[in-house]
Write a protein that binds this ligand. Structure first.
Ligand SMILES: Cc1cc2nc3c(=O)[nH]c(=O)nc-3n(C[C@H](O)[C@H](O)[C@H](O)COP(=O)(O)O)c2cc1C
Length: 245
C-alpha cells in the first residue's frame, strides 16, 4: 500500500461547521458506523453506541443546548456518540451476577467510543462529507439526557455533525511533533514552555486570518482551564450508573 495518499487524506482533515442542505443517506451512516466498529476495542468490549437524531424538533433543542450551535440543527445529520456499558450490565445480570461499575469501566467506554468515533469520522470524510465533533453536548448534560433518554449505563460523550461541506477552511496548526513526541525521557518544563513561543505566533496568525480574536495557543489554553467548567458531569454520569472513584 502506498502510504502517501492516506497520509495526505489524514492531513486534509478540517472541522466543517457550514453544510449544504443535502441530507446524509442512512446507507452512508451505516457504512461509517461499520468502519467505526472496525477500530480497535479493549478486549472486544465495544463499549459504545451512537444515536442518530432525525427528529427536527430534537435537533433544534440540541442546537440550543450545545451552545447555541446552529450547525447541530442544520447539518445533514447529527449523531450522539455514547460510551455504552449497557450490554455488559445486562450480560452480568442474565448470568446472575452483579456488574461491577468502576472508573476503569468508565474509562474503557470513553476510550472505546472515541476510537470508534474517529474511525467513523474518517469514513465520512473519505466519502466526501465534512464533520464536526460537538463537545457542547456536555454543556447541559442533564437537559440533553432528558431529550435523548439514555438508559442506565449509557453515557453521552459528544455529538458529531455530518454533511456536505459548504466551506473550505484552512488547516488549524498543530503543536510541533517535538512537543508531543518524546524519546525515552521527558523534557523539562522550561524547555516545554519555551518551545511554545513559535507555536503561539503561528496560532495567533492563523486566528487572525480566520477573523477570530488573535491569541496565542498558550493564552487560549489558560482561558479554557483557569476556571471550573461542566461541573455537572461527574454527578450526571454517576447518576447513570458510572462509578468515577
Ligand atoms: C471531542 C471534541 C469536541 C469538540 N466540540 C466542538 C464544538 O462543540 N463545537 C465546535 O465548533 N467544534 C468542536 N470541536 C472541534 C475542535 O474545535 C477542532 O477539532 C479543533 O479546533 C481543531 O481544528 P480542526 O478539527 O479543524 O483541525 C470539537 C472537537 C473534539 C475532538
Amino acid at each position: 500500500m502506498n502510504p502517501e495518499p492516506i497520509l495526505e487524506f489524514l492531513h486534509a482533515h478540517r472541522s466543517i461547521r457550514r453544510y449544504t442542505d443535502e441530507p446524509v443517506p442512512d446507507a452512508d451512516i451505516r457504512t461509517a458506523v461499520a468502519a467505526g466498529q472496525a477500530a480497535s476495542t479493549s478486549s472486544a468490549i465495544q463499549a459504545y453506541s451512537v444515536l442518530h437524531i432525525t427528529r427536527p424538533e430534537i435537533r433544534q433543542q440540541l442546537a440550543e443546548l450545545t451552545g447555541p450551535q446552529k450547525k447541530v440543527a442544520r447539518a445533514g445529520a447529527f449523531l450522539v456518540i455514547c460510551g455504552d456499558t449497557r450490554r455488559h450490565r445486562l450480560a452480568c445480570t442474565s448470568a446472575g451476577t452483579d456488574y461491577d461499575a468502576r472508573l476503569e469501566a468508565f474509562l474503557l467506554a470513553v476510550v472505546d467510543a472515541s476510537l470508534f468515533a474517529q474511525n467513523m469520522a474518517l469514513a465520512f470524510e473519505a466519502m466526501g462529507y465534512g464533520i464536526c465533533y460537538i463537545g457542547g453536548l456536555r454543556n447541559h448534560i442533564d437537559a440533553v439526557d432528558e431529550l435523548i433518554r439514555t438508559p442506565e449505563g449509557v453515557y453521552p460523550l459528544y455529538g458529531m455533525c455530518v454533511g456536505r461541506p459548504a466551506e473550505a477552511p484552512g488547516p488549524r496548526p498543530r503543536l510541533p511533533v517535538d512537543q508531543v513526541l518524546h524519546t525515552d525521557d521527558w523534557p523539562d518544563d522550561d524547555a516545554l514552555m519555551s518551545g511554545l513561543d513559535d507555536y503561539d505566533a503561528v496560532y495567533r496568525e492563523y486566528l487572525q486570518q480566520r477573523g477570530a480574536n488573535p491569541r496565542g495557543w498558550t493564552e487560549a489554553m489558560v482561558r479554557l482551564f483557569d476556571h471550573p467548567a461542566r461541573t455537572q458531569l461527574a454527578p450526571h454520569y454517576t447518576s447513570k450508573g458510572a462509578n468515577l472513584t
